[in-house]
Design a protein around this ligand. Structure first.
Ligand code: NAP
Length: 256
């Protein structure tokens, strides 16, 4: 029987890397995307192969929409029918600060990578799956990594919040459209996770988590997000779609 095949974007480091490795441990073959075919991406492919899964490096800029179709076709020809898309690639703001000073360049970059690319990769994946109905017994899913900032406003990162809120709505719309196709769509919203993206602020995040911002008084790790993604990708929440899954240590639980 063929194995399930997942495309994980932004897989060279951080949350994406943890997701790619965890899915490989759960029996997936992995198409690992990042911007450049650099040593980090190749090291990941080697690590996945050592786990006994097949892996290919599929470098492209997710915001280059013209690259999507060719990438998906290449994955299918090298690994077999795609079953799973994890839209993880994302960027923060160019500079934290007053929304009154946000640059058009930073706004456009957040929107292009965090929202527009995610929309069109969902579209390309869905078209690809529907146009290639080879028999696969595996569940099919799109898992979008958005953010707690899809929900909670952080004014010094306004353009990031806006892009993640857009991505959250994209997830809902595709869940509505793809239900009839049997493709589940989930919106995974990490909270404070220790990665390169948060390196400059992680100490203050740790303090704020300990001071009660999160119900668990610690920040999360990439493996925490990866564990949730593997749960969803392996259909451990059967007959569900369209859900927001917060991976935030309870940060956004309403309380007073
Ligand atoms: P990270 O450490 O900055 O890693 C992001 C990865 O995405 C990098 O490998 C980066 O490549 C890649 N990437 C960026 N732009 C890309 C593009 N246009 N095409 C392909 N790959 C691209 O970030 P992370 O913390 O792991 O975050 C992963 C996702 O979780 C993001 O969507 C982020 O917004 C979201 N998230 C993170 C947190 C957190 O606390 N860390 C919280 C909520 C949500 P380069 O190395 O070449 O730049």
């Amino acid at each position: 029987m063929t194995r399930p095949v997942a495309l994980v974007t932004g897989a060279s480091r951080g949350i994406g890397r943890a997701i790619a490795l965890d899915l490989a441990r759960h029996g997936f073959d992995i198409a690992a995307n990042d911007l450049a075919p650099d040593s980090a991406l190749h090291a990941l492919v080697a690590e996945i192969s050592a786990l006994g899964a097949r892996a290919v490096a599929v470098p492209f800029d997710v915001s280059d929409l013209s690259a999507h179709e060719a990438a998906l076709s290449r994955i299918a020809s090298e690994l077999g029918p795609l079953t799973t898309l994890v839209n993880n690639a994302g960027v923060g703001v160019m500079q934290r600060g007053d929304p009154l000073n946000v640059s058009e360049a930073s706004f456009d970059r957040c929107m292009a990578i965090n929202a527009k690319a995610l929309f069109f990769l969902c579209q390309a994946f869905a078209r690809h799956v529907l146009a290639n109905p080879q028999a696969t017994a595996h569940p099919r899913a799109i898992i979008n990594i958005t953010s707690s900032n899809a929900t909670a406003a952080a004014a010094p990162r306004a353009e990031y919040c806006a892009s993640k809120a857009a991505a959250a709505m994209v997830s809902k719309c595709f869940a509505v459209r793809l239900g009839r196709e049997g493709i589940a769509v989930y919106d995974v919203q990490p909270g404070l996770i220790e990665t390169e993206m948060t390196a400059a602020v992680i100490d203050s995040y740790k303090q704020r988590a300990a001071d009660g911002l999160c119900l668990f008084p610690w920040v999360g790790q990439p493996a925490d997000v990866a564990g949730v993604v593997a749960t969803l990708a392996t259909n451990k929440l059967p007959y569900t779609t369209g859900h927001v899954i917060s991976v935030d240590g309870g940060m956004l639980l309403p309380r007073f």
